[in-house]
Ligand binder design. Structure first.
Ligand SMILES: CC(C)(COP(=O)(O)OP(=O)(O)OC[C@H]1O[C@@H](n2cnc3c(N)ncnc32)[C@H](O)[C@@H]1OP(=O)(O)O)[C@@H](O)C(=O)NCCC(=O)NCCS
Length: 154
């Protein structure tokens, strides 16, 4: 099994993460509308400048294969992650979330997952997150309308 590690996101990682967030299948799973290059860079440069969020790249076999973060979402500390499609199904997200949960000791943590994304629900539930309710999300300029599971790790 290839080792998975995390390190802080740097400005040099942004072009790679930008390409990953364009994947149509990943966007369908996550019910997300990808950002254009300028908007993506602006958002991420802001995140890195403020350092309010924990923002990590996920490394596997020495390559950046995705990202995982922990951030404030309307007063809830939430986790999110994104793996490049060619690395799906190899336990990368599960191992990355385990590493993040070792580093971020704050609880509770939350996550929102489209109900049609069983792989992501599974990753969270394997680490003890449980569904507390479902919500109909009407969609925004960033998110597609969908039914979302709201999860908590206490
Ligand atoms: C969701 C995502 C993070 C999963 O990453 P990954 O590295 O492939 O995940 P893992 O291999 O660690 O684990 C996936 C788990 O889901 C399971 N799974 C995959 N597809 C499934 C399906 N259709 N139904 C049920 N379980 C499924 C796998 O069997 C595995 O569980 P297991 O370890 O018990 O066998 C990845 O597909 C991704 O980045 N998708 C696009 C972005 C996204 O959805 N981000 C999350 C937003 S909340």
């Amino acid at each position: 099994m290839t080792a998975v590690t995390l390190r802080d996101v740097t400005l040099d990682d942004l072009p790679t993460l930008y390409e990953y967030q364009l994947d149509p299948e990943a966007n369908r799973m996550a019910a997300v509308i990808p950002r254009g290059r300028e908007a993506f860079m602006k958002v991420w440069e802001g995140i890195l400048a403020e350092r309010k969020a924990v923002a990590k790249v996920i490394l596997s076999g020495g390559r950046v294969v995705g990202s995982i973060s922990c951030f404030d979402a309307g007063g809830w500390t939430s986790v999110g992650y994104w793996i490049a499609r060619e690395h799906w199904g190899r336990g990368v997200a599960s191992r990355a979330l385990g590493l993040l949960l070792d580093e971020v000791v704050q609880r509770p943590l939350h996550a929102r997952v489209a109900r049609h994304n069983p792989a992501s629900l599974r990753v969270l539930q394997k680490h003890g997150f449980r569904i507390i309710r479902y919500e109909d999300s009407p969609g925004t300029e960033r998110y597609l309308p969908c039914e979302e599971a709201i999860l908590i790790l206490e």
